[in-house]
Design a protein around this ligand. Sequence first.
Ligand SMILES: NC(=O)c1ccc[n+]([C@@H]2O[C@H](COP(=O)([O-])OP(=O)(O)OC[C@H]3O[C@@H](n4cnc5c(N)ncnc54)[C@H](OP(=O)(O)O)[C@@H]3O)[C@@H](O)[C@H]2O)c1
Length: 434
Amino acid sequence: MNNNEIKPLGLGVAGLGTVGVGVLKIIEEHAALLSVRAGRPLRVVAVSAREKARDRGVDITQYAWCDNAVDLASLESVDLVVELMGGSDGPAYALAKATLSSGKAFVTANKALIATHGKELASLAEAHGSALRFEAAVAGGIPIIKALTEGLSSNNISGLHGILNGTCNYILTRMEHEHMAFADVLSEAQKIGYAEADPTFDIDGIDTAHKTAILAALAFGIALDIENLPVEGIRNIEAVDIDYARELGYRIKLLGVAQRRSNGIDVRVHPAMVPLLSSLAGVMDATNAVVVHGDSVGQTVFEGPGAGQGPTASAVVADVIDVARGINYPPLGIPVSDLATLSHLSAKDHVGTYYMRLKVADVPGVMADITQVLAREKVSIESMLQRGMVENGGVYIVLTTHETTEDAANAVLNRFNTLECVLESPAMLRIEAA
Ligand SMILES: NC(=O)c1ccc[n+]([C@@H]2O[C@H](COP(=O)([O-])OP(=O)(O)OC[C@H]3O[C@@H](n4cnc5c(N)ncnc54)[C@H](OP(=O)(O)O)[C@@H]3O)[C@@H](O)[C@H]2O)c1
């Protein structure tokens, strides 16, 4: 039998913005190829968005229209719902529940939804035998979900490090290349559409936290736990730290990190200095990357476009093809009932090396004061630099530590703050081997 004689997979698409339109385009433009790959034709039968009349650059008159996106789940012609509206709650959440509990497949690019309700939705999918897929929710066009749940599934994963937010990576790249301050790069990025009018989700690390929580759950078989994930964004990164990082052989990146430790799983999001020669240091502009360490495979590196119409729609349609092929396994890699409730380690338990920058008065005895503080907290110095006069007087002292706990590093910072010679709050960054 020819593929075109097999019953098409009926798709309902909720959300016709950047990604939704991208999905419609791929399905239309590659119809013949997708039909062969999927083993049956893929046919969009119904769509929903807020405004029916909006010109979206694609003809939607050929599809049934639903004013209420949740109605897509109950249309008989719809076998699979593609959710591209966004938001952790509201219509996206309602549509996910309605679709999965009716035994239909649900494909989404919505990291906020999966990070917040992933466990509940995976349980629903398992209970009803429905497929739940979310490849586009993490790192856009990079097939990192498939890599963790399929390609690397024979490995015991020891850790992963990801650059998962294109806006932040773009801002850090511009700050380094143009020697610009964070606020100036952010406003430039907003003007050219690289950053949202409200950039909080991106620059404060929340978007990276959603994605990191999802990757950690898949890599370690732990329940998604966005509430207990320590998150720090890039707002406080100064151009001077980017310059010193380079001088010391590092580059600053916003990282999502998940590592197996002897006493638990360490999951966190923060800016960090990574060695200039590491794979992640070379990831510039809006590109995303994830480095995964598996016991059998060693280190694998995944790099590519983390957002945008084509890359994100590419991942969404790949999930649709998997559903058409009949591929269905537990959405979180293992059954929800087997997910471990390993406790997250708190940030203060983190053991690592640190960079610290102090602005101090240029007077005798400063170095002695600083080394005394470090000795008192039993933190040893790996390297120390002093630079000439800086703006408004004072000099910068920059140091890196040997391995210590975050508690000890914070205690050092607190003591630095009480020294008379210290002119402003010191800066601190974690150093990650990545
Ligand atoms: N853009 C990317 O590069 C990218 C990358 C990875 C993941 N994602 C994820 O993909 C999803 C979609 O992102 P996007 O960039 O395509 O967003 P977008 O351009 O803002 O589009 C959102 C779409 O959802 C529709 N919508 C919003 N609320 C709705 C409601 N209550 N009922 C029905 N439709 C509603 C909007 O309708 P109207 O058009 O009528 O206003 C619009 O068509 C999000 O979860 C996002 O996090 C996006």
